[in-house]
Design a protein around this ligand. Structure first.
Ligand code: PEP
Ligand code: MG
Length: 781
């Protein structure tokens, strides 16, 4: 027999049907209303590869050095192709299709869900076993392909990598495939059979219209029914349900649609349906002898049970590791409300965790706020980034520009190195991803796959998932609501942008413009040094990259000004890129060949940047301003101005200026004003490091990094005073511009504008307003 029907499965079949198959089998066997279906057994997969004689070749193909990312990619492709290209033997094809036809009612073609069910029960993490493929709304025409794709998911790069790393034998892991009828639910939801935190005999039911996906994904606020199991009294809270998920009749696919006006505020569950759900909940809890978290659906008055798993939040100290993808135990996956478990673990993440406790594993500087949990993924080399999945936590020595795509899909970021102004800190804040930097030892203390909680406010990493469901449900930004009203201020409040992708978010803050657009990301994300990129693609391509990168942000903000900084990447960052071997070796790159020094040393390369500005002006982007980094004196300014003129940019017509990042520049600002700068902007990250001789990226001296140090403030105060006398605007674009104490100081000193991090803009606006009002009051008192 190639397949086992759900109602035939018994406890001894786990190895043949995998965790999910066994769970559904057990519920069916207990007489609970589970949608019908069958499992293509692990033995069937095994005979498929053995009879086709591809087994040896398969296991040989994946026996590679998994640290060699291209070898790994090739291995995965070869193995998957072997499976996908091997035809089904006639008999097997016939048996699976015949079983499928029996799922459909009255000869109607059934829509089924097809999903992999891992059998590697001794493996602690399902990632070892495969990607947990799920295909919805499958019909006869594509069923066999989908089954084969589930089998092939045993050989994704990630699965191969994990098995190899942990020394598991590829040939010892098998996979079963569950094929189950989908329930085209009219209403669906979840139910806790006892109170999820106290364990009291109170059932809590959440219900919404359509498929359960909308409830699970949080797309809709469901009705809430609190039912006493003693007297069955019900406390109902009806929510406004704006959207629902439903099957598209034409394509068969699930899509989100608006709920009709009539149903939007209507109660979803009738009393008799609540009664039936409570009966069902009691049966499930009796069967497992422990409170359950059940997913259910109702179609034509019939109640279906899609999923059940123990409520882990009641047991003290126990944490649900479903966030790491574990599916080895019964029902650890999720359903889409149509009888289908999906690979999405967001909901199980949000349900798990206990009381906020958990041992502190490592700590560092909380550099981007928010509390999240997820599986740690240790990334020591760039080619390991593939293993970072949605919702994982990246643990690395230090982030690099190439990591940005992975940082975007990660739930959080933890680094060994770095301070509050390091790459990881800046980018994670911009992406709105909680982060901790400078832990010194996270990459050695944490383990791959280990579930941890990252507290970006406190800077600590806790063991396990300690994020409460309420916290998890709210995005970080909602946890820290910004005041909705934008106050009018005389001092302009702008925003910093380091990755062009953040421009939309930045513009939505209502900031008065961009106070600093760092161009490094546009270059570093090319993965090649400018010289290499130009060598391979030509000068024009390089210029175009810059034009496009700046243009995206300038468009987003137009006509608000966007202050674009010319390139300031230290050589150690360039060294990571292709062509980086040609970079000079420096004892201290922070004191080295970067910023305007490098630009003036290579006017040919700098000329491309200036040409990009020229083209932008020609295209009409008159909101673009140019800012030069790491200047020291008027000599730097005169030379730069000369190059601008040579590049066809009229310094008299355009707005341009310098960053004040070295004590030398602060002391020379008067001469620079005479040289024609329109503005001076405090780069307090560098100004602090150079004034205090504290390496901003060195976690060992991070406690000495103090932008509010009296010497730093004195330099800033003096510059503002001089600039006011010379009609030169002043601004701040270092990290300290987001700090209230710095804002107070600057407004009191008469700064023209303040540029803050995206998440701090609104608070800074209010702080500026408060200080300005106080100044006004003081002046009339
Ligand atoms: C600064 O030094 O404060 C600054 C804004 O520049 P960066 O952080 O890019 O060096
Ligand atoms: Mg700087």
């Amino acid at each position: 027999m190639a397949v086992l029907w759900l109602d035939e499965i018994s406890a001894g079949d786990l190895e043949q049907v995998g965790g999910k198959g066994a769970s559904l089998g057990e519920l069916t066997g207990a007489g609970l209303p589970v949608p019908p279906g069958f499992v293509v057994t692990a033995g069937t997969y095994r005979s498929f590869i053995e009879n086709a004689n591809i087994d040896e070749e398969l296991f040989e193909a994946v026996d590679v050095d998994v640290d060699d990312s291209s070898a790994l990619a090739e291995a995965a492709e070869r193995a998957q192709d072997l499976i996908l290209e091997t035809p089904f033997p006639d008999e097997l094809r016939a048996e699976i299709l015949e079983s499928y036809r029996q799922v459909g009612e009255d000869g109607e073609e059934a829509f089924v869900a097809v999903r992999s069910s891992a059998t590697a029960e001794d493996l602690p993490d399902a990632s070892f076993a495969g990607q947990q493929e799920t295909f919805l709304n499958v019909t006869e025409s594509d069923l066999l392909d989908r089954v084969r794709e589930c089998w092939a998911s045993l050989f994704t790069q990630r699965a191969i990598y994990y098995r190899q790393e942990k020394g598991f034998d590829h040939s010892a892991v098998n996979i079963a495939v569950v094929v189950q009828q989908m329930v085209d639910a009219e209403k669906s939801g979840v139910m806790f059979t006892s109170h999820p935190s106290t364990g009291d005999p109170t059932m809590i039911i959440e219900a919404a219209w359509g498929l359960g996906e909308a409830v699970v994904s949080g797309a809709v606020s469901p009705d809430n029914y609190v039912v006493s199991r003693q007297d069955r009294s019900v406390d109902v809270t009806v929510a406004e349900k704006k959207v629902m998920h439903a099957k598209d009749e034409e394509t068969g696919e699930t899509r989100e649609i608006d709920v009709s006006e009539a149903k939007r505020n209507a109660r979803v569950l009738a009393d008799d349906e609540i009664d039936r759900l409570v009966d069902l909940g009691e049966r499930v809890e009796d069967h497992y002898d422990t409170p359950q978290d059940v997913e259910w659906a109702i179609l034509d008055g019939e109640v279906f049970m899609l999923q059940s798993r123990p409520i882990t939040t009641i047991d003290e100290g126990e944490t649900d590791v479903a966030g790491s993808g574990e599916t080895g135990d019964i029902s650890a996956g999720l359903t889409d409300g149509s009888g289908v478990q999906t690979a999405d673990s967001s909901r199980s993440d949000s349900r798990s965790g206990s009381d906020g406790a958990g041992d502190v594993l490592v700590d560092g500087l909380g550099s981007s706020p928010g509390r999240v949990s997820g599986a740690a993924q240790i990334v020591t080399k760039l080619d390991e980034l593939d293993k970072v999945g949605e919702g994982d936590i990246i643990v690395t020595e230090m982030t690099m520009p190439d990591m940005v795509p992975a940082m975007k899909r990660a739930a959080g970021i933890i680094t060994d190195e770095g301070g509050m102004t390091s790459h990881a800190a800046i980018v994670s804040r911009e992406l709105g991803v909680p982060a901790i930097v400078g832990t010194t030892n996270a990459t050695s203390v944490l383990e791959d796959g280990q579930v941890v909680t990252l507290d970006g406010d406190k800077g600590s990493v806790l063991e396990g998932d300690t994020v409460s469901p309420e916290e998890e449900a709210e995005p970080v930004e909602e946890v820290r609501p910004q005041s909705p009203v934008k106050p009018m201020t005389a001092t302009e409040v702008k925003v910093n942008v380091s990755i062009p992708e953040a421009a939309e978010r930045a513009a939505a803050t209502g900031a008065d413009g961009v106070g600093l657009l760092r161009t490094e990301h546009m270059i570093l994300s090319l993965n090649q040094t400018p010289a290499k990129f130009i060598e391979e693609n030509g000068e024009d391509a390089y210029i175009q990259e810059l034009v496009q990168g700046v243009r995206g942000v300038a468009d987003e903000f137009y006509p608000r000004p966007v202050r674009v900084r010319t390139l300031d990447a230290p050589t150690d960052e360039f060294r990571q890129l292709e062509g980086g071997d040609d970079e000079p070796h420096e004892h201290n790159p922070m004191l080295g060949y970067r910023g305007i020094r490098r630009s003036l040393d290579r006017p040919d390369v700098f000329g491309h940047e200036l040409e990009a500005f020229r083209r932008l002006y020609e295209m009409g982007y008159d909101n673009v301003e140019i800012m030069f980094p790491l200047v020291n004196d008027a000599e730097d300014v005169y030379r730069t101005k000369q190059l601008m003129t040579e590049a066809g940019i009229d310094p008299e017509k355009r707005t341009w200026g310098v960053m004040i990042e070295t004590p030398a520049s602060a002391l020379a600002v008067e001469e620079m004003a005479d040289a024609g700068i329109d503005f001076a902007s405090f780069g307090t990250n560098d100004l602090t490091q150079y004034t205090l001789a504290v390496d901003r990226n060195n976690e060992h001296v991070a406690d000495r990094f103090d932008e509010l140090h009296p010497s730093v403030l004195r330099l800033i105060g003096d510059v503002i005073e001089t600039c006011r006398e010379h009609d030169v605007d002043t601004s701040i674009c270092g990290q300290a511009g987001s700090k209230p104490e710095m804002v107070q100081f600057l407004v009191n000193e008469g700064v023209s504008s303040i540029s803050a991090n995206i998440d701090a803009v609104r608070d800074v606006q209010h702080e500026v307003k408060r200080v300005e009002q106080k100044l006004l009051l003081d002046s009339v008192r």
